[in-house]
Design a protein around this ligand. Structure first.
Ligand SMILES: Cc1cc2nc3c(=O)[nH]c(=O)nc-3n(C[C@H](O)[C@H](O)[C@H](O)COP(=O)(O)OP(=O)(O)OC[C@H]3O[C@@H](n4cnc5c(N)ncnc54)[C@H](O)[C@@H]3O)c2cc1C
Length: 488
């Protein structure tokens, strides 16, 4: 046990990254490229080995997350920085817009809403989470200055800045002191908490300094199902280069394409049954318990899709129903010793498809801050934490707002009209007028600035509307006046 421990003196230049998820691997890679010695720790055993040994189910229960993700500009920029963008795009499926399923009678989408009406080249990409994570891990393992330690869960960080890890099973821990010390200790130059929404690094920060923290569960959750390839081996949904949405007002189903010609469908709906309009109720996902319940729910709300989902009843009952959580924390750092990024700093609901993208952008921005301060972490880390936190709060807020747009507005013709108008304005004034979705998804404008800019644009639109309405009313009055005078 002792041989596994590192002495208590600070190991110069070592950066500890906690969490081998997407953000952890990305930041580890960026720092290692700068020459830091990086030790990256993951609580779970290596899922690549487990996956091979024990099958898909175990792996899925380990990742406990969506199977695929929408990758967009911010994430691509970070991948570009580590030279992996082209490789990732090879196994990604482009999604050029939203395909909307408003009819309950036909499977084909009735509407298509391009993501960028002005520049159709702009699209987002569906990527497999596992494949992306594994690619990052493989590349990390090739770097001589990186050590990847699976089955090492961080337990706590003490007041001296020593991080205490425990091996996955904790089998060698018998006494309270064993637990407090852990099986592996290290005092690095910097600890990066990339350990997700339930971060232990953040827990340690809450104890070590005055830190504000909130974790909020929304009342809706999600359930994943599969739309397999059709009998001829092709995609079962027409227009596979799209993110499919079945907007149903207060809930929805979406589907993202996979390279194997399947789609992963996700139902976002209340977890518990809620009263709805006209004395009806929205059945909660947790209250659907039998095959008959599933059949009734799906054939009431998504009958058009059932023909393409042969195993929906089994999957519905077998696959977990998962909650959706939002995290807010300030500050994100303790001086230049500990810092949070990704979900650990700003977990959000997934409706803007920006959780991973913004996590990757955090990593990229930290790297840019290190550039800006010429490698001086004592300046770069606090600057990163302070200047990036408003963006984290902003994207969490935008993500929640986008749920209403996806589940409700995408099915309305007024919304389509608004999108067309925004597209036209963007075409006429490309540098001045950028639709909200485009700013979030296809630019690197900081999210807090996106909100400010969108407020200004919405104000201009409102004023132009009233100006136009006023001018039209003036013309009508003038014309009426002329008509009356000439008739009398
Ligand atoms: C249904 C759903 C759909 C989504 N779709 C999208 C999308 O389309 N686009 C998008 O950009 N984002 C999407 N997201 C968000 C995205 O999944 C997250 O934002 C992203 O995974 C965050 O990465 P992370 O590395 O910060 O955290 P995580 O992915 O949670 O990784 C944290 C890692 O840390 C490890 N860990 C935790 N505690 C410890 C510890 N004490 N010691 C050591 N290791 C530890 C965990 O095991 C895990 O491996 C979606 C999320 C959900 C739930």
């Amino acid at each position: 046990k002792m041989s596994a421990q590192i002495g208590m003196g600070e190991v110069k230049g070592v950066v500890v990254v906690v969490g081998c998820g997407l953000a952890g691997c990305m930041t580890a890679m960026l720092l290692a490229r700068r020459g830091y010695t990086v030790e990256i720790f993951e609580r779970n055993p290596d899922w690549r080995t487990k996956f091979k040994l024990e099958g898909d189910d175990l792996h899925r229960s380990n990742i406990k997350r969506s199977i695929n993700l929408a990758l967009s500009h911010r994430g691509r920029c970070a991948l570009g920085r580590i030279g992996l963008e082209a490789e990732v795009l090879k196994f990604a499926v482009p999604m050029r817009g939203r395909a909307i399923h408003t009819s309950k009678n036909v499977l084909d989408p009735l509407g298509f809403q391009p993501y960028d009406a002005y520049d159709r080249k702009n699209c987002i990409y569906s990527v497999g989470r596992e494949r992306l994570n594994n690619l990052l891990l493989e590349k990390l393992e090739e770097m001589p200055n990186v050590t990847v330690r699976f089955s090492h869960g961080l337990m706590h960080v003490d007041g001296e800045g020593v991080a205490h890890f425990c091996n996955g099973t904790g089998e060698s821990l018998n006494t309270y002191n064993d637990y407090a010390k852990g099986t592996y200790q290290i005092k690095p130059r910097l600890i990066i908490g990339a350990d997700g929404a339930y971060s232990t690094v953040r827990e340690a920060m809450l104890r070590l300094q005055s830190t504000n923290f909130s974790r909020r569960y929304i009342s809706h959750g999600y359930k994943e199902l599969t739309i397999p390839a059709d009998s001829s081996g092709g995609y079962a949904l027409k227009n596979h280069e799209a993110l499919h949405i079945w907007p149903r007002g207060s809930f929805m189903m979406i589907a993202l394409p996979n390279p194997d010609k399947s789609f992963t469908a996700t139902i976002f709906a209340p977890l518990h049954t809620e009263p709805a309009e006209n004395n009806t109720s929205n059945i909660g996902l947790m209250d659907i318990k039998t095959r008959d319940d599933v059949k009734e729910y799906m054939s009431t709300h998504f009958p058009d899709a059932l023909g393409a989902m042969p195993n929906y009843q089994e999957e519905f009952l077998e696959n977990p129903t998962s909650p959706l959580v939002m995290v807010e924390v300030t500050p994100w750092n303790i001086k230049d010793k500990m810092v949070l990024l990704g979900d650990a700093a700003h977990a959000m609901v997934p409706f803007y498809g920006q959780g991973m993208n913004s996590a990757f952008e955090d990593c990229l921005y930290l790297d840019e801050c290190i550039d800006k301060f010429k490698g001086d972490l004592s300046l770069a880390v606090p600057h990163f934490a302070e200047s990036r936190a408003p963006a984290g709060r902003a994207i969490a807020q935008l993500s929640l707002g986008n749920y209403l747009e996806m589940r409700h507005h995408t099915g309305s013709s007024l919304f389509l009209l608004q999108k067309k108008l925004e597209g036209a304005l963007n075409w006429a004034f490309p540098d001045y007028w950028i639709p909200l979705y485009k700013m979030v998804t296809f630019t690197r404008i900081p999210f807090d600035k996106v909100i400010k800019r969108e407020d200004t644009q919405a104000n201009i639109l409102r004023r132009s509307f009233w100006l136009g309405a006023g001018a039209s009313a003036g013309i009508v009055v003038w014309a009426l006046n002329k008509l009356i005078r000439s008739s009398l």
